[in-house]
Structures are given as C-alpha cells and as structure tokens.
Design a protein around this ligand. Structure first.
Ligand SMILES: [Zn+2]
Length: 242
C-alpha cells in the first residue's frame, strides 16, 4: 500500500471514520451514518436491526429518572412490600428481609443470587447511569466515564427487578382468595423504582452518549495538550536563546 492511498494492484484505499458509519451488530454490514430526528429509527437494510433511535434530551431525562430511582431505592428495598393475613396470622416482608432469610436458612447460593440481581446490580446500574448522564450533560468525559458506561452496558442484563416483580404478582394472584393482602409503602416505592429503572433504560440514547463522551475526551486531550505547550513554551524559548 503506498502513501497515495493505492495498493500494489491499483485499488484505492478507503479509510472510514468511526463517526461517519454504523456497523450493524447483527450482520456486520457497514452503513453510512445518517442524521435522523428524535422519534425516527435507522434500521439495517440487510437484517432490519435498529442501529440508531435518537431520544430528545436523552441525557437530561435519563439523569432525572436514574436519580428518582436512587431516591426510591432505599424505601423499596428495606420497607415491607406486602402484609398477608391468613386466618389471623399476619406475615410481612421486604426484599432485604427475604435475602437475609434465604442466607440465614442455608440457601446461600440463592441468597447471593437474589442479593446481586435484586439489590447490588440494580443499585450499581442506577449510580453508573446517573454519574455518566451528569458527565454527558456537562460535556465532560474521561477514560473513567468510558469505563463506567461500558460497565453499565455489561451489567444491563444482570439487573432483574422485573423478575422480582413477577414473583410478587404471582404471590398476589395465588394467595388472593386465601389471604387478606395489604399493600405497604415499600410496594409502591418498588413499583416507582421499577418504572424509573425501565424508563431510564428506554430514554438512554447509547449512540448519543458514546459520541458525547468521545467528543468530551477529545476536547479534554486538546485542552491538556494546549496547557502543556503553554507550560513548556517559556523554557524552550530560554533553551533556544542559550
Ligand atoms: Zn444488519
């Protein structure tokens, strides 16, 4: 390949800028980037995979929803969800109490699985999303922001609050005719937490986030380079004079 962009067979070398193209995650087709408006979708022409679906004010909406989720997290996990009254015997419990009960009863693996998927990972996901969204809103970014957003995407499949909700609904349906069910504060906080988590994921515009973080990192590197030049400039001038 020579410097004029031609190889030995005379074919032209084409260099693609990552910001000008999409790579379809399903069929690996390279597609030129097209600017589309919020509410529109860009789909792969070969397999139909959605490549881009911009959301208006994605960072602001995602940050507000993740912050709401964080505020609801503590009451949703620690306050009782339901009170069951079966023949005068009342029993109540929270998510934290159920995890503790599993661990104390000897179901260590199940207890840890529930602890991770219902408490630790959802909390970590909300915290990461809130911090990354705040960084994107302020047009800031660094390697740490990249690492945090990558970790959020990796953890996305491991938060299973929805599964816990299905378990609660199954309990309600099964015991509806046998017990008197009272919905406690924790239940409504949990519904709010679930809604905030699902909405924050749907408001997240990944392409916009990656581009914003990339631009912020580039700007930061440029500013740092300029600052270093200014710091070293006087000494260079002095050395040249000597
Ligand atoms: Zn495709």
């Amino acid at each position: 390949m020579d410097g004029k962009g031609q190889n030995s067979t005379g074919n032209k070398k084409v260099t693609l800028n990552p910001r000008d193209v999409f790579l379809c995650p399903d069929c690996d087709l390279v597609i030129p980037r097209i600017d589309i408006k919020p509410g529109e979708k860009l789909c792969c022409c070969r397999c139909g995979c959605v490549l881009d679906a911009p959301v208006e004010n994605s960072a602001e909406k995602t940050m507000a929803l993740s912050l709401t989720g964080l505020l609801l997290f503590v009451p949703a996990i620690f306050l009782p969800l339901l009170t069951l009254d079966i023949l005068g015997l009342e029993s109540t419990g929270s998510i934290y109490a159920s995890v503790k009960s599993l661990l104390v009863s000897g179901f260590v693996f199940t207890g840890f699985a529930v602890l991770l998927t219902s408490i630790v990972i959802p909390l970590l996901k909300l915290m990461l999303l809130c911090v990354v969204s705040a960084q994107v809103c302020m047009h800031r970014g660094s390697r740490i922001t990249v690492a945090m957003f990558r970790l959020y995407n990796r953890l996305d499949e491991w938060g299973m609050l929805e599964v816990y909700m299905i378990g609660i609904l199954v309990t309600i349906v099964k015991l509806f005719h046998m017990a008197s069910i009272t919905y406690d504060t924790g239940f409504f906080c949990f519904i709010g937490l679930l809604a905030a988590t699902l909405l924050s994921s749907s408001m997240l515009d990944e392409n916009y986030y990656w581009n914003a973080i990339y631009e912020a990192c580039q700007n930061s590197a440029r500013r740092q380079a300029t600052a270093e030049t200014l710091v070293h400039a006087p000494s260079d001038v002095v050395e040249e004079r000597i």
